[in-house]
Design a protein around this ligand. Structure first.
Ligand code: PLP
Length: 411
């Protein structure tokens, strides 16, 4: 019997059911992935017991000599991975990494500029209900008529509003972002240039997406999306900003770092430094292109005209189904996806006219172009006949065939 089962059968049953769901469903949520067994194991070690406020070699607690080794490994590896001058691996998640970056450079009432949530940005980039929107004066940029970032409008707004900080980065934007162009605008208006690379971090690590590090003052990220680590965050910065960022993370925002998760991050960074991770990132992108092409052939519309990354937004209106209904019916066919507003979406945010599709998870379980194409065909099969139970049963059987051929963790 597993130790969890012996202690708590109820929690264990839910964990087992979730494990089975991950094996049996094709995961199309662009922000999810399957962390390696070593990463999972690290998160369940005795390091969870250790308090280590401060930084390696400068702690406020005794007994930190071993966790110091772990944190230093994580810092050194992430610096190597992204070619950055300095790094902080303590943020608990992507949102807290962003708040720490704001804290390092801003005061409440300052003006920030980020991509609007409705057009692909993240809620921490200035959404009214988020701290970023409540504490700062927010100017948003968005997309042009081709559904690409409107760099001209962004530049115009930057000169008009003189934001103290400009954020590039998105949660639902498929194209390559021109970080150099953002950096030039930031420099011209005297703004700090921050990139939130959470979605693209794995592709950047694998050399398959533009690296923002040479252009940005500060780069924030999560570790659990395309980078395939534990759920967490980190911050990269120019050496001149290291002190400000470190003191914003601790004692500014957080108390004790999660040393078990920092160990898991160190392992994930080591994995991402291996040559196989470059192949993984290439395959993620190839699979995304095949999915976009297949969905287009089947009559769906890909927002922005396609993808240059791991993610795409699919406009469902050609099929006459909402994002909410598509999410539910695809779920019943064992394909997990999230509804997502498309640019100028006529539907409410809880309904939407789109879904967001990503390939990091399917690629981790071993899907190549053939399986990516088959998956996109199954998505289209469901959307063509969403109320036909026999159709859904046939799709479920084909999903089962694929998922059994490509187990995630096995057992
Ligand atoms: N930044 C971006 C661009 C994201 O897409 C996300 C997560 O969806 C976050 C930050 C927040 O990360 P977390 O959920 O770890 O707080």
């Amino acid at each position: 019997t597993h130790t969890i089962a012996a202690t708590d059968a109820d929690v264990w049953a839910a964990i087992q059911a979730e494990h089975q769901r991950q094996e049996d469903h094709i995961e199309l949520i662009a922000s999810e992935n399957y962390a390696s067994p070593a990463v999972l194991a690290a998160a369940g070690t005795q390091l969870t017991n250790k308090y280590a406020e401060g930084y390696p070699g400068r702690r406020y607690y005794g007994g930190c000599e071993h966790v110091d080794v772990v944190e230093q490994l994580a810092i050194d590896r992430v610096k190597q991975l992204f070619g950055t001058e300095a790094a902080n691996v303590q943020p608990h998640c992507g949102a807290s990494a962003n708040i720490a970056a704001f804290m390092a450079f801003l005061k409440p009432g300052d003006t920030i500029m980020g991509m609007s949530l409705a057009e692909g940005g993240h809620l921490t980039h200035g959404m009214p209900l988020n701290m970023s929107g409540k504490w700062f004066n927010v100017v948003s940029y968005g997309l042009n008529e081709k559904e690409a970032i409107d760099y001209e409008a962004m530049e115009r707004k930057a000169h008009e509003h003189k934001p103290k900080l400009i954020i590039a980065g998105a949660s639902a934007y498929s194209l390559a972002i021109d970080f150099e162009r953002f950096a030039k605008v930031a420099k011209a208006v005297g703004a700090i240039f921050m990139v939130d690379m959470a979605h693209y971090a794995g592709l950047i690590a694998g050399g398959e997406y533009p690296n923002p590090v040479p252009h940005a003052d500060v780069v924030t990220s999560t570790t659990h999306k395309s980078l395939r680590g534990p759920r967490s965050g980190f911050i990269l910065m120019k050496a001149e900003h290291e002190k400000a960022i470190n003191s914003a993370v601790f004692p500014g925002l957080q108390g004790g770092p999660l040393m078990h998760i920092i160990a898991a991050k160190a392992i994930a960074f080591k994995e991402a430094l291996q040559p196989e991770f470059k192949q993984y990132a290439q395959q993620v992108k190839k699979n995304a292109q095949v999915v976009a092409q297949t969905l287009t052939e089947r009559g769906l519309r890909i927002v922005s005209g396609g993808t240059e990354s791991h993610v795409m937004l699919v406009d469902l209106r050609p099929k006459g189904i909402t994002g909410k209904d598509a999410e539910a019916v695809l779920g019943s066919a064992h394909m997990t996806i999230n509804k997502n507003a498309i640019p100028n979406d006529p539907e409410k945010p809880m309904v939407t006219s789109g879904v967001r599709v990503g390939t990091p998870a399917m690629t981790t379980r071993g899907f190549k172009e053939e399986e990516a194409r088959a998956t996109a065909q199954l998505v289209a099969d469901v959307l063509d006949n969403p109320r036909d139970e026999a159709n859904l049963a046939a799709v479920r059987a084909k999903v089962a065939e694929l998922t059994q051929r490509f187990p995630v963790y096995g057992g």
